[in-house]
Design a binder for this molecule. Sequence first.
Ligand code: T3D
Length: 260
Amino acid sequence: MIEPDVRLDVEGWVATVALNRPAALNALTIPMKERLLEVLRHLAGDRGVRAVVLTGAGRAFCAGQDLRERLEPGAPPLGQELRLRYNPIVEALRALPQPVLAAVNGVAAGAGASLAFACDLRIASETASFVLAFGRIGLVPDSGATWTLPRLVGAARAAEIALLNDPVSAAEALRIGLVSRVVAPDALAVEAAAIAARLAEGAPAAMTMSKRLLGAAFDRDLETALEAEAEAQQAAGSSRDHAEGLAAFTEKRPPAFTGE
Ligand code: T3D
C-alpha cells in the first residue's frame, strides 16, 4: 500500500495531520499541498473533530517548499504558487473552527516554519528547531510568516529570525515564547495527544470563538475587542453547553459538552 504524503488519523475527537515525506524532511510538493488543503477543508466541516494536531513524520516537522520540485522545468512562478496553494493552506489552517496544535518534532524550515506559526498552539521536541531559511536562497519569508512571527515573538526578535536566518533551537523558542512547551522527543506525541484531548473536552463553540478573539487581538483596539467579547459571550451564554457547564459545576462533576 502506498503511504499518503499527508496522513489524517482521527481518534475520538482528535484529528492528527502528519506531513509524511520523511526522506525529504517532509518538504512540500504540489500534490502534497493539494492533499493538505483538502484535508484541512474536510476537517473544517467535521463536527466530530474538536481538536487538530499538525506534525511531521520522521525526524523533521517540515523543510518547506521542495526545492527539487522548484528546479523542475515548468515549475509555477512563485507568486502564483503562493496565491494558488500556500496562501489558501494558511488561510484554511487559521480558519479551522477547531484549535490547532503544532507538535514540532524536528526542524521546521521555510514554509514549514510558517505552518507551525499559523497554528493556535505550538509545542516542540527538544530536537526541534525553527529556521526561516528563505533568505538563504534569496527569497522573502512567506506563507504568513511576516504576519504571524512578529505577533508571536515581537518585532525585534522576528527581524533577527527572519533576516539573519539562524536556526532557533527548541530551548530558545521556549524562552522567547515561540512555543509553549518543550518535551523529550519520545514524549512529544503523548504530550500532544494529552493537550489535544483537553482542548477537545472544551465546549466547541466557545473554543472556536475564543480562538477567533485571540487571533484578532493584535488587529483591534480595546473598545472593539471588548465589544467582540460581549457579542461572543452573549452567544456562548445562550448555548446548551453553558447550561451544562453550570449544571456540572453545581453537581460537582466534569461537564459533557455536545457543541449545542
Ligand atoms: O513555491 C515556492 O518556491 C515559493 C514558496 C517557498 C516556501 C519555502 O518554503 S522556501 C524555503 C525552502 N526550504 C529551505 O530552503 C530549507 C532547505 N533545507 C535545509 O536548509 C536543510 O535541509 C534543513 C535545515 C531543513 C535540515 O538540514 P539537515 O542537515 O538536518 O538535513 P539535510 O541533510 O539538509 O536534508 C536531508 C534530506 O532532505 C536531503 O536529501 P538527500 O540528500 O538525503 O537525498 C535534502 O536534500 C532533503 N531536503 C531537505 N530540505 C529539502 C529537501 N529536499 C527538497 N526540498 C527541501 N526543502
